[in-house]
Design a protein around this ligand. Structure first.
Ligand SMILES: *Cc1c(COP(=O)(O)O)cnc(C)c1O
Length: 360
């Protein structure tokens, strides 16, 4: 059977052989008793890399985000976030279901401005809920893995957003806690070269994933002050997140932390190469990738980008069609230079004939 290249997401990676052997050799204990030395080592390592006091290892990023929400908000309060934040569109309305908090969307899919946040806070009272949590995300997943600019001088003139630092500083001046959803913080760090602690300083709590670009089979880590993380731990257990010999999977995360951060630069370079190769394909408008994802707007007449993804899938390239009539191709540690060359050749075969058929 011909090889299948899965570019739907960077979550589709297989653990490497070295990662599997780190897992096999891991020392483990009962994590509910805080007895698992590998979990403890991972939590210490992530907190240290991000320059925070404490952290808690969790099965998923969704649980990590939801613990942050539960920790910072009270029922009837609001979370201010950009319109397509993961916590708003991909977490099954859990902020409402689990914490009784309402998400107030601001701006667009590429972020929001300080002014928009200030306007929302200004409306508090008379039915407008109090903004108990200011939410930021980097890289921004729904926009194709673009880093939210950290400093004011990095904000592009044509984007109606403000820098992470600008928004976080104001939120803090108003006594509002900030959560940074950094599922792909590692990609933002590698792409922008901002030190991890500078990025993590944006959030009172920060969530990072081990299971996206870092290639571990599962796991996210929530970091913050000792106080906040202790509170989050009680909710972790309440939500069913109490784990036992979790060191087996934490070992994969530790291995990824040591070996898979700097290599994200390879994914970013391959994404750029892929985008360049797609430039002259008909029926597509390719955006310049900023990290590991290529977004191509389908300009050929389609009802849904699936009409382009289906023939690609049949030819062995899986990609993700989204609601904006775009095709997303995520590069990850399962895609080396040879795979990339084959992917490009399949795209060159399939896209022109498909676009011609759709246009006729
Ligand atoms: C993937 C992702 C999450 C959730 O992580 P899971 O482990 O899939 O639950 C949260 N936020 C962002 C920005 C993500 O990309």
């Amino acid at each position: 059977m011909a090889r299948v290249f899965d570019l739907r997401s960077d979550t589709v990676t297989q653990p490497t052989i070295a990662m599997r052997s780190a897992m096999a050799e891991a020392l483990v204990g009962d994590d509910c008793y805080r007895d698992d030395p590998t979990v403890t080592a991972l939590e210490a390592a992530v907190a240290e890399r991000l320059g925070k006091e404490a952290s808690v290892f969790l099965p998923t990023g969704t649980m990590s985000n939801q613990l942050a929400i539960r920790t910072h908000t009270t029922p009837g309060s609001a979370i201010a976030t950009h319109s397509t934040a993961h916590c708003r569109i991909h977490e099954d309305a859990s902020a409402a279901a689990l914490s009784g908090a309402q998400i107030m969307p601001l701006g667009s899919r590429v972020g929001y401005s300080l002014r928009q946040l200030q306007d929302l806070v200004h409306e508090e009272s008379c039915g407008w809920p109090r903004v108990a949590l200011v939410w930021l995300e980097t890289t921004i997943g729904d926009a194709g893995g673009i880093p939210w600019p950290l400093t004011a001088d990095e904000v592009p003139a044509d984007r109606d957003i403000d820098a992470l630092q600008t928004i976080a500083a104001w939120a803090r001046s108003q006594g509002r806690p900030v959560h940074l959803d950094g599922a792909r913080l590692w990609n933002a760090h590698v792409a922008t070269r901002h030190p991890l602690p500078d990025l993590a300083a944006i959030g009172d709590t920060v969530s990072v994933a081990l299971s996206k670009g870092l290639g571990a089979p599962m796991g996210s880590v929530l970091v913050g002050s000792t106080d906040l993380i202790e509170r989050a731990r009680t909710f972790k257990h309440a939500l069913g997140g109490g784990m036992r010999q979790a060191g087996i999977v934490a070992a994969a995360g530790l291995h990824a932390l040591q070996h898979h951060i700097e290599r994200l630069a390879d994914d970013h370079a391959r994404a750029t190469k892929l985008a360049d190769a797609m430039e002259d394909l008909p029926g597509l408008k390719v955006r310049t990738p900023e990290t590991n994802m290529v977004i191509a707007e389908v300009t050929a007449p389609v009802d849904h980008a699936e009409q382009l993804c289906a023939p690609l899938r049949a030819a062995g390239v899986l990609c993700h069609p989204n609601v904006y009539r775009e095709v997303r191709l995520a590069v990850h540690l399962g895609i080396d230079d040879d795979a990339l060359a084959e992917i490009i050749s399949i795209l060159r075969d399939v896209v022109p004939t498909t676009v011609a058929a759709l246009s006729s």
